[in-house]
Design a protein around this ligand. Structure first.
Ligand SMILES: Nc1ncnc2c1ncn2[C@@H]1O[C@H](COP(=O)(O)OP(=O)(O)OP(=O)(O)O)[C@@H](O)[C@H]1O
Length: 332
């Protein structure tokens, strides 16, 4: 018996009319079922194009998308675009009835043929996403974050096998965002749902995703688990996407006591530390940025500026002289 992949793309590509560069160059991809895969990349790198092709919202110019061995139809071939086993949630809240209750906005998507099943499924999704508290509220009276929760509940109530999220948390404030992310992770663990998400937020993809796909100029540059990609990105581009890192030229690296044959080195703020300095040749603390449970120091030496993590609050004041110690760096 042959092994049929869950969701697979073979050599899919897209060139938009009137555009010189490809929206997506020929790309092969296999999505792991029951996991969260995040697609990251700079603006215009092809994230939405890839997501829409996997869903069947865009027909690839070449190549094919298969869901469980069957071709995913494009919009020209299907009355209602998008694969039936998949649901997509975007930044814009979908076509909910603002003046109906949350409960009714969710249950309306289920058929009336079995009212008990309809009730049970609606209740289940309300529980899963911690929405019992707001089930009787009108959507018009909800906050933006709560509305996004309803949009996700509406997507999940029909029990899709794949949930596609296109930057769904962008308009949602941090506290709501984290709660929603945790709830989606729990649903994935408990139900085996597969999630494919597009995000600009490194903190979000690192904490939510099981797999990361890094897109650059319409091509997959790297694909792996978040920890490995964060610790050992093969490309400078990936390091820059995942963290607000220090990028130094070869000559600047020498100022940090690092010599390399490569053009650039990357030092993450947490790979550098400081101690008070009593020597002539020192760095100077230019700024202390309070980040909540840690501080980031901006230190300077000649014309070079570095951001360095500092876990000891109040250790320095601006203008202090410090020695720099770099425990790890990457070179490219
Ligand atoms: N309908 C369209 N017509 C013409 N060009 C398009 C169209 N949609 C996307 N593109 C182009 O294709 C490329 C990839 O776009 P896409 O929206 O997939 O990127 P993205 O990574 O999702 O970007 P962003 O993060 O800004 O949303 C970009 O150069 C974009 O300008």
């Amino acid at each position: 018996m042959t092994n049929v992949s869950f969701l697979q793309a073979t050599a899919i590509s897209k060139i938009y009319p009137g555009v010189q560069t490809a929206g997506l160059k020929p790309t092969d991809l296999t999505i792991t079922p029951g996991k969260i895969t995040a697609i990251i990349g700079a603006s215009g790198s092809g994230k939405t194009t890839l997501l829409h092709m996997l869903f069947g919202l865009i027909t690839p110019d070449s190549g094919t998308v298969y869901f469980k061995g069957e071709r995913v139809w494009g919009p020209e071939e299907k009355l209602i675009p998008g694969h039936d086993a998949m649901k997509m949630v975007t930044q814009q809240t979908d076509d909910m009835n603002l003046f109906a209750k949350v409960y009714d906005n969710i249950s309306i998507l289920l058929p009336n043929t079995d009212l008990e099943a309809k009730r049970n499924k609606t209740e289940a999704v309300l529980q899963q996403l911690n929405m019992k508290r707001i089930e009787t509220k009108r959507v018009a009276d909800l906050s933006g974050g709560e509305r996004q929760r309803v949009a996700i509940a509406r997507a999940l109530v029909t029990q899709p096998q794949v949930l596609l999220l296109d930057e769904p948390f962008n308009q949602v404030d941090t506290s709501f965002r984290e709660g929603l992310q945790q709830d989606i992770r729990r649903v994935v663990r408990e139900t085996g749902l597969t999630v494919i998400m597009v995000s600009h937020d490194p903190a979000e993809v690192l904490s939510m995703a099981d797999e990361l796909i890094v897109l650059k100029d319409g091509e997959i540059l790297e694909h792996g688990d978040p920890k490995s990609l964060y610790q050992h990105p093969e490309n400078l581009y990936t390091a820059r996407l995942l963290t607000n890192c220090n990028v130094l030229s070869n000559a600047e690296a020498k100022l940090c006591g690092i010599s390399t044959e490569k053009d650039n080195i990357v030092i993450y703020p947490e790979w550098a530390s400081t101690t008070p300095s009593f020597t002539e040749n020192h760095w100077t603390v230019k700024q202390i940025l309070f980040k909540g449970f840690y501080e980031e120091l901006v230190i300077a030496h000649d014309k070079l500026t570095l951001r360095v993590l500092n876990a000891h609050f109040g250790k320095y004041t601006e203008g202090d002289a410090v020695q720099l110690k770099v425990s790890k760096y990457l070179d490219y």
